[in-house]
Design a protein around this ligand. Structure first.
Ligand code: ADP
Length: 266
């Protein structure tokens, strides 16, 4: 029930601020014997009633490669969302700060971890909607977990949610999302192709010197991101498969997981 989901804020000890995001500040905290991350939802940043209903669904979405939502404190303002704590922080920052020090096994392992989480979401008919390296986190044992799944649905900032908005993640979005807001597991697959490119460039910004408008035009003309120097040809072929114009021509996450796992063995 929603009651068991509600954490007593008295049991939560706030330790230090570790970041800030779309919804507000993120703190490291302690809850029972567990290190946790506490997202403090800034007033007006989230459609809270809708989130509270969806939280019932989100607590059932659980997988070792997804950042687990542990509970919520909805009776206070700002509202708290409490997640498992990820020592390594955000994946894109991790990649940037470890440039030149990441082995081929590590890079492939990161993609494999994300594909496991996404194959699970796909089989649960749950669409992420904002998959990118910035929305993945690194654990103490260096596995990568997917965070913020489905959360853009509760963001109240138009600049972020409208494809015309200045904060909309055009560079991670499939063409049908940009043009018609048509989200699906196949649009998540497109974003996953961009995420693999981020991993193999050690955290570079895709289409670095291009504006959103230019990216749209280039994509329509059939242009795609180039092969990262560190990426094997077989991996670049997977990326290009993810970036097929028609959603139906892209692989499923089940297939991507299988392909990545088979590359890990050789
Ligand atoms: P929002 O969902 O509000 O946009 P983010 O998920 O982008 O917030 O989090 C902002 C920052 O807070 C991240 O870049 C990361 O450094 C830190 N952070 C978020 N969640 C966790 C977590 N579970 N464990 C550790 N650090 C986290």
């Amino acid at each position: 029930s929603s009651e068991t989901w509600e954490l007593d804020p008295e049991e939560l000890e706030l330790v230090k601020e570790v970041g800030s995001g779309q919804f507000g500040l993120v703190w490291q905290g302690q809850w029972q014997d567990m290190k946790v991350a506490v997202k403090m939802v800034r007033e007006g940043a989230m459609s809270e009633e809708e989130f509270k209903e969806e939280a019932q669904v989100m607590k059932k979405v659980s997988h070792p490669k997804l950042v687990q939502l542990l509970g919520v404190c909805t009776r206070r303002s700002p509202m708290y969302l409490v997640f498992e704590y990820m020592e390594g922080g955000c994946l894109v920052e991790y990649l940037r700060s470890h440039r030149g020090a990441l082995s081929q096994d590590m890079l492939l392992g990161m993609c494999l971890d994300v594909s496991e989480a996404m194959a699970y979401l796909e089989s649960s008919n749950f669409i992420h909607r904002d998959l990118a390296a910035r929305n993945c986190l690194v654990s103490k044992d260096l596995s990568v977990k997917v965070s913020d799944f489905g959360m853009t649905r509760f963001v109240l900032d138009d600049q972020y949610t409208s494809s015309q908005g200045t904060k909309f993640p055009i560079k991670w979005s499939a063409p049908e999302v940009i043009k018609f807001s048509r989200f699906s597991s196949k649009s998540d697959v497109w974003s996953f192709g961009i995420l693999m490119w981020e991993v193999y460039t050690e955290g570079r910004l895709p289409y670095e010197n291009r504006t959103n408008q230019e990216v749209l035009e280039d994509l329509s003309a059939g242009m795609r991101l180039l092969k990262p120097r560190l990426a094997p040809e077989s991996l670049y072929q997977l990326m290009q498969w993810c970036w097929k114009e028609k959603p139906g021509d892209r692989p499923s996450f089940a297939v991507l997981l299988h392909e990545l796992a088979s590359m890990m063995e050789v």
